[in-house]
Design a protein around this ligand. Structure first.
Ligand SMILES: Nc1ncnc2c1ncn2[C@@H]1O[C@H](COP(=O)(O)OP(=O)(O)OP(=O)(O)O)[C@@H](O)[C@H]1O
Ligand SMILES: [Mg+2]
Length: 416
């Protein structure tokens, strides 16, 4: 068969190095023989059906098949063989890849051509440097960085599983113990980063990677800034660079002086999202959200998840205190405050669903006005919650039955 007799898909598949001719031939034969419902048209199968068959045979994954069908043949960046696309972030696309020689599976973050402005490239280089200097089991490790043609890429360890944002979006809010375990692990990573003089500045659920066994790691120190850094060398110095949903009021007011307190506040907002499935200030523009972080109280998380206890909500509120002096000061303190909510051991895990704890009464008005009171439940709402079922299901039927009995007695005794 001459080269011209091969379809575009087959030519791309061979050129990419992903498939050998024998594999394509086997798949082509499989398309004919496996298709019992349709008559064999005699000619070669369409590229789409051939690609589907190769995916069925586990010779390609769905992403690779699509790339080849679109005519793409380059599946490597430097020495890394791209296996799959795993995400798209603000900075660029993230791929799962394997080192050609060593075989280690890694994550490769790519800065696309159109975003390769001098500032973006500087930020990217910054991310690489910030990550490279840090080594902690709760921080996604930087392994390598490189350039392939005009494409800049960063290689980090690959964390299987999902990021916390996706985890909650797909599975719903987490129970208190699971959330506490994840937040505590992220706090361990932050404690280490802060001790090295690095503030993350973009702590958010999308940057918390959770593996299937519940191990959590903090990624994307790309926005990080040194506590003692020379402002001139930081291209983002003085700009609000965090995600608006998780921005601390002090970061909004004074973006020139990063402090560990920024990360503690953002971690508090991340915890709020983890147990409620909602960000503290949904809706509105970025400016609205930034203003809300400075001025407004978030909705009491118990309104979104009535299983939350007052003690847990207090920790969250202390992490999200607007005034840095009233906020939990260190990541170490976050770990200590999360300790009373341990992950149950498998033996202790109940088979039946846990009975939700009673909604705890709000604090008394005479207690000191600390920011941990920001999340009180209005008493009136709770009272109504209890009263209306009582009225509908108990008092009203009782009154009706009483009336019927009285009428029956009157008819029987008086009219007799
Ligand atoms: N090391 C990794 N291992 C596994 N998956 C990863 C890794 N890094 C990123 N991902 C996945 O890729 C997604 C996109 O990551 P990326 O950091 O580019 O964007 P983001 O965090 O959503 O946004 P931003 O650019 O604002 O940080 C992540 O949400 C995560 O699901
Ligand atoms: Mg990220």
């Amino acid at each position: 068969m001459g080269a011209s007799e091969f379809s575009m898909f087959e030519q791309c598949a061979i050129a990419s190095g992903l498939l050998a001719q024998e594999q394509i031939d086997a798949a082509r034969a499989g398309v004919r023989w496996s298709d019992e419902n349709e008559p064999d048209p005699g000619g070669p199968p369409s590229d789409r059906r051939l690609a589907d068959r190769l995916v069925e045979m586990n010779l390609l994954n769905a992403w690779q098949a699509k790339q080849l069908l679109d005519g793409r043949t380059k599946f490597n960046l430097g020495p890394y063989q791209i296996i799959d696309s795993i995400g798209q972030g603000g900075m660029g696309q993230v791929f799962k890849a394997r080192h050609g020689k060593i075989g280690r599976v890694v994550a490769v973050k790519v800065l696309p051509h159109d975003k390769a402005t001098p500032e973006a490239a500087a930020n990217f280089t910054r991310e690489i440097r910030a990550l490279a200097g840090l080594d902690h089991p709760k921080l996604v490790a930087a392994l390598d960085a490189g350039q392939d043609g005009s494409v800049l890429y960063l290689v980090t360890e690959y964390v299987p599983g999902m990021d916390l944002h996706k985890l909650v979006r797909e599975g719903g809010p987490l129970d208190v113990r699971t959330a506490a375990r994840i937040i505590s692990q992220v706090a361990e990573g932050l404690q280490y980063a802060h001790a090295q003089g690095v503030v993350h500045r973009d702590v958010k659920p999308g940057n918390v990677l959770v593996s299937p066994d519940g191990e959590a790691k903090l990624s994307d120190l790309g926005l990080s800034g040194s506590l003692n850094e020379d402002a001139e060398s930081d291209p983002r110095h003085g700009k609000i660079v965090g995600t608006a949903d998780y921005l601390s009021p002090d970061q909004v007011r004074d973006p020139w002086n990063p402090t560990p307190g920024w990360d503690i506040y953002s971690l508090g907002c991340t915890l709020y999202y983890a147990v409620t499935g909602k960000v503290p200030f949904p809706g509105g523009t970025t400016a609205d959200k930034a203003r809300a972080h400075c001025e407004l109280r978030p909705l009491d998380p118990r309104r979104l998840n009535p299983r939350l206890g007052a003690d847990f909500v207090d920790v969250m509120a202390d992490m999200m205190a607007k005034e840095p002096s009233q906020r939990i000061a260190t990541a170490g303190e976050v770990i200590a405050r999360m300790a009373p909510f341990p992950t149950p051991t498998p033996a202790a895990r109940p088979d039946r669903p846990v009975v939700p704890p009673p909604i705890v009464a709000p604090r008394r008005e005479d207690e000191d006005d600390s920011s941990s009171r920001e999340m009180e439940i209005p008493t009136g709402v709770d009272a109504m919650k209890v009263l209306w079922p009582l009225t509908v299901f108990v008092l009203a039927p009782s009154a009706l039955v009483g009336t019927i009995v009285l009428l029956w007695w009157l008819v029987w005794n008086v009219l007799d």
